[in-house]
Design a binder for this molecule. Structure first.
Ligand SMILES: [Zn+2]
Length: 361
């Protein structure tokens, strides 16, 4: 069984910086990516639009240039969202939109995940004119949809969790107050989020990672497979089934690929674990596995991986292609200098993937 697809866009991924950058970009090019949306939670974070990087912030202009150079200009499109902080102003949004450098802004819950300590609560941007400016200027809001500062049962419980709360309480308010704001709900993990996005207007879409389509919290806990530790956490099977139902629906125009691939050279530490699964090299193969890709659902798969995302972000569909074949393929971890980034599947002790990928150029 073989399927040829247009090169796709990973519309949520982490590439980091410095010596990691060429290797992480290369791993995306190797899996048939035409373009990327590169997250701004670098060190320091990308909190300004134009000009040169400084010690306390980076700019979209400079980080994009670095990403482009690291990929030898082989990526046709690179979007870097602006990291929303207390210092973000409506004027920055309007100026950024005018410059053409600013396409989207990223909301991180304060202290919610890796390098996210610069964010302010979502209410700040709802009230200080930033979301209103984005709505007016046509700038997309990328949301990490988890309520901050929840603990214990509220953070991750039997009946609710930080994401469930955020999609019941916060996102409906944003969508109601700013009906023309384009919202990309990122790496959704719950039935609550999938149901909300399905029922919301066409301005509200969502990305889903391979791990959230394939695994549940049981896979993380049994044997403490920490390479599957990412935020938001993998959830229960009812949630996974809701995500899978949304992604594989033949009429799906709103759900698309965004891997949230995140390279960590030190995943587990003495007092915890860095959040993020690395799925460079292997993401289309994992999505194919989650879909149980066949002639019957090929169109739905193509919509999810290759068409819905670029349509929302107004990016061209690539005229280059890659091929997925039902054939076992193995991968080694990424080695960068003396450091190593473990592929999610290797970290789960399943080095052989059931789909292999080849490029057609
Ligand atoms: Zn992310």
């Amino acid at each position: 069984m073989k399927f040829t697809l247009p090169k796709w866009y990973d519309l949520h991924a982490h590439f980091r910086q410095d010596e990691l950058l060429p290797a992480t970009i290369q791993s995306h090019l190797a899996m048939g990516c035409a373009g990327i949306l590169a997250m701004p939670n670098t060190k320091p974070p990308v909190t300004r639009v134009s000009g040169k990087n400084t010690e306390s912030y980076w700019t979209i202009e400079s980080y994009r240039a670095e990403l482009e150079a690291a990929g030898n200009s082989k990526l046709s499109e690179i979007i870097v969202p602006l990291y929303l902080t207390k210092e973000t102003t409506a004027d920055m949004i309007f100026e950024g939109a005018k410059s053409g450098l600013l396409k989207s802004c990223k909301y991180y819950p304060p202290h919610g995940t890796t390098n996210s300590e610069f964010g302010a609560p979502i209410k700040t941007y709802m009230e200080n004119g930033v979301l209103a400016a984005m709505e007016e200027a046509g700038i997309i809001l990328n949301i990490h949809g988890e309520e901050h500062a929840l603990h214990g049962e509220d953070y991750f419980g039997k009946n609710s969790n930080a994401e469930d709360f955020f999609y019941r309480e916060r996102v409906p308010q944003i969508a109601e107050k700013f009906p023309n704001l384009k919202i990309a709900c990122e790496h959704i993990t719950t039935k609550t989020a999938a149901d909300f996005v399905s029922q919301a207007s066409d301005n509200v879409v969502a990305t889903i990672t391979p791990q959230h389509l394939l695994y549940t919290v049981a896979d993380l806990l049994q044997g403490l497979k920490y390479h599957l530790y990412c935020l938001p956490l993998v959830k229960f099977d009812e949630d996974r089934q809701a995500l899978l139902g949304a992604a594989t629906d033949t009429g799906n125009t709103k759900f698309f690929a965004g891997t949230d691939s995140a390279p960590h050279t030190h995943k587990a530490t003495a007092c915890g674990c860095a959040a993020g699964c690395f799925t460079g090299l292997i993401a289309p193969q994992l999505y194919a596995e989650a879909f149980n890709l066949s002639e019957q659902n090929f169109d739905a798969f193509k919509n999810f991986l290759c068409l819905n995302g670029p349509k929302f972000y107004d990016l061209p569909i690539s005229d280059e292609t890659f091929t997925l074949e039902k054939k076992s393929q193995e991968f080694e971890n990424l080695k960068i200098g003396g450091q190593e980034v473990t592929l999610l599947t290797n970290g789960l002790n399943r080095p052989a993937l059931s789909w292999s990928l080849s490029q057609n150029d």
